[in-house]
Design a protein around this ligand. Structure first.
Ligand code: SF4
Length: 450
């Protein structure tokens, strides 16, 4: 039989981990086709899937730049087809073909199952688009991980019902839909079997898990099941919402050794006036209460993010936020300047804040947090931590990895010396000798399991 050349399919994954899970599902569909092969180098590809992000201006620009970069390969390499998927294609389904003629196919967030048909049509020189109903499309599916083998995201739900006034995601991703516990436990087992040691649980609002499907919050129960039915040693919670930190969840943090004492809990602001304008559920007391209860868990690390420069934010509101950040002493912190997004309620709010004022407030609050981090760092020196080994840097002769209080991609690293062969994905004990900014430095004390 003639040895037919396989179609080389490349991909660009942009945006958040929830979007990343979607490209992993599309790659699994591509991989299951005999005549296709996944390539990691763009210049080799015949087809490139660009899984875009589109919820704020800067992310939209990054997606468009990536599409134009890839279009260069059409003129100068073998590239025959560009397929755009993800939030930008869902949000701007009408404009993509018009404004980006280089694009051959557009798939909405409900149409990942159409990726093979899209590839086939575009390789025949036809344009293709599909926008299946995102509120009923299949949420599960096999995946080809794009994360290192020892770490994976588990997307437990899609969409969002919270309707924060600055956010386009509910319109892009549809209503909140939990995946059945059985499916998620099954997926966790498959991930464990493929070598996963760290499971990062994600959704738009992870803490809302189960309400739509079971009529009650089921996040604590889901964690219990995954912990009981797998030996994955690190389970991490991302994207939690302050008004849904249940007593069951706090109890799970206190008793479940596999659940990392880490939570990502965006608060967005603390001024009740601004929280109300943002349509954030629960006011400052809800946030302070949630943080206080989480702080009752020994060794708890809390990550948060805030938005500065929201319409109507006065100097007093901003001062109140800075005061709270100094008081709460969050371990991990991020800030965003408000991005005025069309088709969101806040877009039409009066009292839009000047861009320079937003930037000034951003610099001030990041400066406040820097001081807190420096103070916290001094307390870490001499401490023993458990880290997952991610690699070795031969130039600097140091290993690098992350400890439980560092989420992948968004938090910091630990660099440590050690005269042993260490396996990537294994766990080791490290003594911290120094901290610089957010990164930790130390020396290997011993490995936990190989
Ligand atoms: S919780 Fe708010 S900010 Fe987050 S995705 Fe939902 S609407 Fe957007």
């Amino acid at each position: 039989m003639a040895n037919t050349k396989k179609i080389k399919v490349g991909f660009v994954s942009l945006g958040c981990p929830k979007n990343q899970v979607d490209i992993e599902k599309m790659l699994s569909l591509v991989d299951s086709e005999e005549s296709y092969e996944i390539v990691t180098e763009d210049y080799e590809a015949d087809v490139i899937i660009i899984n875009t992000c589109g919820f704020i201006e800067s992310a939209k620009q990054e997606s468009i730049e990536n599409i134009l970069d890839v279009a260069w390969l059409k003129e100068n390499r073998n590239l025959k087809s560009i397929i755009v998927t993800g939030c930008l294609s869902e949000r701007y389904r009408e404009q993509i073909f018009e404004q980006l003629p280089e694009v051959d196919a557009v798939l909405g967030v409900g149409s990942y199952g159409e990726i093979i048909r899209a590839i086939k049509a575009t390789l025949k020189g036809k344009r293709f688009s599909s926008f299946e109903d995102k509120n009923t499309c299949e949420l599960g599916g096999d995946r080809i991980l794009t994360t290192p083998f020892y770490s994976a995201y588990l997307k437990i739900a899609e969409g969002c019902d919270n309707r924060c006034t600055y956010c386009a995601i509910p319109d892009i991703r549809g209503k909140f839909r939990s995946r059945p516990i059985e499916d998620l436990v099954e997926e966790a087992k498959i991930l464990e079997a493929s070598g996963v040691r760290e499971l990062n649980i994600v959704a738009q609002d992870t803490t809302r898990y189960g309400l739509d499907l079971y009529g009650e919050y089921k996040l604590a129960e889901l964690i219990k099941r995954i912990s009981a039915e797998t030996n994955i040693p690190w389970i991490r919670l991302m994207y939690c919402y302050p008004d849904k930190i249940t007593d069951e969840l706090i109890e799970e943090f206190k008793t479940n050794k596999k659940l990392l004492k880490y939570i990502d809990l965006p608060i967005q602001h603390i001024s009740d006036k601004i929280l109300k304008k943002m349509n954030r559920h629960g006011g400052s007391e809800t946030i302070k209460d949630a943080v206080a209860r989480l702080r009752s868990v020994p060794g708890m690390v809390i990550r948060t993010t805030v938005i500065v420069g929201f319409p109507g934010e006065t100097e007093e509101d901003f001062a109140e936020l800075c005061e709270y950040i100094k008081e709460a002493r969050f371990d991990k912190f991020g800030a965003f300047t408000y991005s005025r997004e069309e088709d969101t309620p806040a877009y039409d709010f009066e009292d839009q804040i000047d861009e320079q004022v937003k930037q000034d407030r951003y610099d001030i609050i990041m400066g406040e947090q820097q001081t807190i981090v420096e103070e916290m760092n001094t307390q870490k020196e001499g401490k023993l931590i458990t880290a997952i080994v991610e690699g070795y840097d031969p130039d600097n002769k140091v290993f690098f990895g992350r400890c439980g209080s560092d989420a992948p991609e968004i938090d910091s690293k630990v660099y440590f010396t050690g005269n042993k062969q260490l396996k990537v994905g294994s766990f080791v004990n490290v003594k911290i000798t120094q901290c610089m900014d957010y990164d930790l430095y130390g020396e290997l004390l011993g490995d936990i399991n190989q």
